[in-house]
Design a protein around this ligand. Structure first.
Ligand SMILES: C[S@@+](CC[C@H](N)C(=O)[O-])C[C@H]1O[C@@H](n2cnc3c(N)ncnc32)[C@H](O)[C@@H]1O
Length: 219
């Protein structure tokens, strides 16, 4: 049985936070988005990508906030100087601030965090170049949470990401299933793309989630 912890409506529909057994679960319009029981790949999105980048005072874009696991790993890296967080659902930000999500309020209170409530496509354009751009706004290009996000996985937006990265900066995209079209689009835009296939055990089911990483070349 699941217990409803919070519910909100936005122009995109219904956002619900549930407690199921010991885990919290986020659903949008009835669709499972993520839970707090299986967060290894959300965390790896940050750690595997930051490992590819050198330097200090790194400027990182996290899109979206979700349950906050990617952001926690970003903030755990002392080389990160600024973490710009784009989250389209204001209610989710409120739930973090109200303490409904593990360590959410503390993370958003970190002096390095710049929270932007809005579309990551708009937030991408603001300020100095990014060293890292982390995209986890759907269940991947094959399983959109919001149809409007379809553009995020296409060449036009990926080119904008490349152009907003510093030389040597890395874009990473999370996906629940293999995304060959995304991989080829990243190869076309960046010249190369690394696909990381990470095994995940969901109850009695063994599957894997994927990360797609692409680096902006130095010249
Ligand atoms: C799968 S969750 C992110 C999970 C996150 N990586 C974590 O560790 O918890 C997706 C989040 O992206 C947000 N989102 C969806 N589309 C967005 C967009 N276009 N811009 C910004 N945030 C968006 C959703 O509201 C949701 O909070």
């Amino acid at each position: 049985m699941a217990e409803r912890i919070a519910r909100a409506l936005s122009e995109r529909g219904e956002l619900v936070l549930l407690r199921r057994d010991d885990a919290l679960e986020l659903r949008v319009n009835g669709v499972f988005v993520m839970d707090t029981a299986h967060t290894a790949t959300e965390r790896a999105l940050a750690t595997a990508t930051l490992r590819q980048v050198s330097g200090d005072g790194l400027r990182v874009l996290v899109g979206g906030l979700g349950l906050g696991f990617t952001l926690h790993e970003v903030l755990a890296d002392p080389r990160v100087g600024e973490a710009v967080v784009a989250e389209i659902e204001p209610a989710l930000v409120d739930w973090h601030r109200q303490g409904l999500l593990p360590d959410g309020a503390a993370a958003l209170g970190d002096a390095r965090v710049r929270l932007r409530v809005g579309d990551v496509a708009d937030v991408l354009q603001v300020g100095a170049p990014f060293d890292v751009v982390l995209l986890d706004v759907d269940n991947g290009p094959g399983y959109l949470v919001y149809e409007d996000n379809a553009e995020i996985y296409r060449s036009g937006f990926l080119t904008r990401c490349r152009d907003r990265l510093a030389a040597g900066g890395v874009l990473a995209v999370w996906s629940a299933s293999p995304a060959p079209q995304l991989r080829e689009a990243l190869r076309a835009v960046f010249g190369d793309c690394t696909e990381l296939d990470i095994p995940v055990v969901l109850g009695s089911t063994e599957t894997s989630y994927l990360l797609y990483l692409a680096e902006r070349p130095h010249s």
